[in-house]
Design a protein around this ligand. Structure first.
Ligand code: NAP
Length: 348
């Protein structure tokens, strides 16, 4: 049994905790919490052991919470920490805890792979470099958009690789997550240096990729417009289902009208945390013109990285073959079943 601690209980941490606490191969140590708010009650309601920074123990106890120990105690008890901290705090945690205690850690996509605050050499994408994560001590799980792009690009590369000239991707990003209490600002904002381009190129170094990113006032997923330019005419294929129907975590739909349709359907169908955990290709919007193919797909920002973390965990801690890891993750998240349900709802 591998002992796992989830350090941070925000939008990603709480989803990681729901999933990892149900995996029978894992001894779930508990979660790390930093502020006193309604999420503490949520964690206790789920019967998770809660660990907090040493200096905050009196505050939590004064409010009546039965704290299991300090963050340091939890890291000590664990074989692997999945860090789900606010962007940049993963680095501090690595320096203060994981390195001195010689513990394995997975970091999230808001952490750096280069520069002063680098936490790991590798960004993981299960479809591309799952095997390279085996026996690594520190790995970053790519962010939601980066995970989604890998999931769409790798099958294209395998089918048409040397015929493709370049990829241009326009990311339309949600302002906030469903659970965030911050206001959604009425503005469209641009990103002068989207990190996604370099993150994807870290695992697909020979691909020509150009990314632009815009943030819009929505809480309902991301949307990617991907333009694939071929060296000559687009090779023949009938439908995107021909390329993606066997892909883990990719649904091919043709009658959703927008990202909210899918998110709300996930809620109606009872998917945990309203997550689909996948990307959804909107086949009816596909455009083909001479050498240029345009694909539109939406990306479940909060959900997609959770099974990716679970796959990465299996590579790092068990060195398990990828197909077996996909099977195990599918049994925990029911991704194939959810994809079939969404396709039934949104495919003619
Ligand atoms: N949200 C997404 O859709 C999404 C998708 C993919 C990847 N990510 C990445 O996942 C990471 C977490 O994002 P999030 O959306 O979950 O953020 P979030 O909702 O703001 O949660 C961050 C959590 O970090 C906790 N925290 C504060 N100091 C900490 C420390 N020193 N160590 C550990 N945790 C600490 C906070 O705890 P308290 O609340 O108790 O203060 C908070 O719950 C980021 O790297 C982000 O880029 C996010």
């Amino acid at each position: 049994m591998v002992r796992v601690f989830i350090n941070g209980y925000g939008n990603i941490g709480k989803r990681l905790a729901s999933a990892f606490s149900h995996d029978k191969e894992i001894q779930f140590v508990g979660i790390g919490k930093y502020s006193i708010d309604k999420r503490v009650d949520e964690a206790f309601a789920k019967k998770f052991a809660v660990y907090v920074p040493e200096q905050k123990i009196p505050d939590f106890r004064q409010k009546g919470y039965d704290i299991s120990g300090t963050i340091s105690d939890a890291v000590k008890e664990s074989d692997l920490v999945i860090d789900a901290a606010k962007d940049g705090f993963g680095y501090t945690n690595k320096v203060n805890f994981y390195l001195p205690m010689n513990k394995n850690a997975i970091f999230q996509g808001g952490e750096d792979r280069t520069g002063e605050k680098k936490v790991a050499d590798i960004i993981h994408n299960s479809r591309i470099n799952y095997d390279q994560a085996a026996n690594q001590k520190y790995v970053i799980q790519g962010s939601c958009n980066v995970s989604g792009m890998g999931r769409i690009m790798q099958p294209m590369i395998e089918k048409f690789g040397d015929k493709i000239q370049r990829y241009d991707v326009m990311l339309i990003r949600r302002w906030a997550d469903l659970e965030d209490t911050k206001d959604v600002k009425d503005s469209i904002e641009w990103d002068k240096n989207p990190h996604h381009q370099e993150d994807v190129k870290s695992f697909l170094p020979s691909v020509k990729l150009y990314v632009e990113a815009y943030k819009v006032p929505s809480r309902m997923m991301h949307l990617h417009q991907m333009t694939i330019r071929f060296k000559n005419k687009i090779p023949y294929f009938d439908s995107l289902s021909d390329i993606y129907h066997e892909e883990f975590g990719v649904a091919v739909l043709d009658k959703a009208k927008g990202t909210a349709d899918i998110r709300l359907k996930a809620r109606e169908l009872g998917f945990e945390h309203d997550d689909t955990n996948m990307v959804h290709i909107h086949e009816e919007t596909m455009r083909k013109s001479d050498d240029t193919l345009k694909i539109l797909y939406s990306d479940d920002q909060t959900g997609i990285v959770i099974p990716e973390n679970h796959l990465l965990f299996q590579s790092m801690m068990f060195g398990r073959p990828k197909n077996m890891a996909y099977e195990h993750t599918d049994s925990l998240f029911q991704i194939s079943k959810k994809r079939d349900m969404l396709e039934k709802e949104f495919k003619t």
